[in-house]
Design a protein around this ligand. Sequence first.
Ligand SMILES: [Cu+2]
Length: 512
Amino acid sequence: MITRRRLLMGGAATAAVSAAGVAMPWGFGSISSHARIIGAAPLAIPPLLKGNLKNGVRTFDLTLKQGQSTFLPGYTTSTLGINGPYLGPTLHFTNGEKVRLNVKNTIGETTTIHWHGLHVPAIADGGPHQVIGHGETWSPSFTVKQQAGLFWYHPHLLHKTGLHAYLGMAGGIRVENAETDALPLPKTYGVDDLPVVLQDKRFNSDGSLQYGNSMHDLMMGMKGDVLLVNGGVAPIFKATTAKLRLRLLNGSNARTYNLGFKDNRSFDIIAGDGSLLPAPVKAGRAVIAPGERVEIVVDVKSAEPAELVTYPYESVGAMGRGMGRGMMGRGMMGRMMGMMGDDGRRFEVLRIEPGEKLAPSPRVPDELLTLPALNARDAVRTRRFELDMGMGPMMMMGRSGFTINGKTMDMSRIDARVKLGTTEIWEIANLSPMMHPFHIHDIQFRILDRNGRPPAPYESGLKDTVQVNSGEVVRVIAKFEDYADPKWPYMFHCHILEHEDAGMMGQFTVEA
Ligand SMILES: [Cu+2]
């Protein structure tokens, strides 16, 4: 029997030791045998929850709970989940519909649940101000105002987001929209349209999840050596159709993945965080940072297995910038630099095993979504947000160096007040030596430019999280509409959860 104290303290107090054969990554040492044993398991498809429609409101019941999961053969792992022991159901929303979410917390301590990417009133957002005590039920309701896409929900408690998300509380939200429903894209859930949630974990020798508090885990974010895909290791999907749509969600605390197929086949990137792209983008790789979503459509051939794997990821600009501000001497800098992009872990993500006979799939349309032309002149103002990691004296004194505009998160401070109904440009400047995925609540924005250059076609749709590479200035533009509240703020923050928890977060209100 694992007490809740034990579960929640978990690996936090445990030294960063991986027992041989337990937590070694796929392809390295003895875990390869483990991975193959588990790798025979089918891809788990979370249940699709459609809610109960009553008096025009679609109601979803979510219970946050403790659970026991088996990730490694022969080991039981204490986890947190939603309506189950690990992860949660996929919620099915339709644009324009009013929804209510009854979120009951039974995990033994306070947490929150945030609707990542959804445009909702600040009080319904589920950020650090909307705490749900143990035994309590929080019931926000709002009207769904989104493009079709994959959104998600996860905890957002101040200083605990990393741990609570890591233990397993997360789920997808599929929004359907009449405008995009008509497109001939694969959309049968679990058949040709698959949720793929990526999360890397580390395990203690007793099979418990390890959540480190080492300086390295704080600086680089918590990275694991086992990749869970919908809660399984290197799962298999038996394809029955000629095309598959993979809705990839990076639900990891800190790791960015450079995804591609082992045989380097190309695929169509059709969607980013908050909408379809204007047009499909042919690619052989898709880089997805924590918090981001990418949807791809890939062709499969009868009886020919295809493996989705990770390739080396180099964050652009990290190596070329030289000394970060506030950094210590060159020796430490050199060591840090070596770790900024990639720690050398390679993962098997998903093995697709097509049957002999595949149902035909329509070709991906040449045009997917019409978005208005971007015009920087629509903005009434530009705000600048400087991301930094002071790794020198600040850290030595035990103070967090993870700052935005030189400040760490303070729940009693509003960092920006936006006027309702106006369009703003937010200029995000990364002064630190590593990439930070910057997430803004409330809005879906468009990327204007990166260091003055237009964004790549694959990031030209609606976004809520953007990779800001070392030394880069990324400008995004959005209109802040519908919901004003002078009291309750929305958050903006780095989606490397250890950075967020250490203070790389701020608050803004939208005011009439
Ligand atoms: Cu960060």
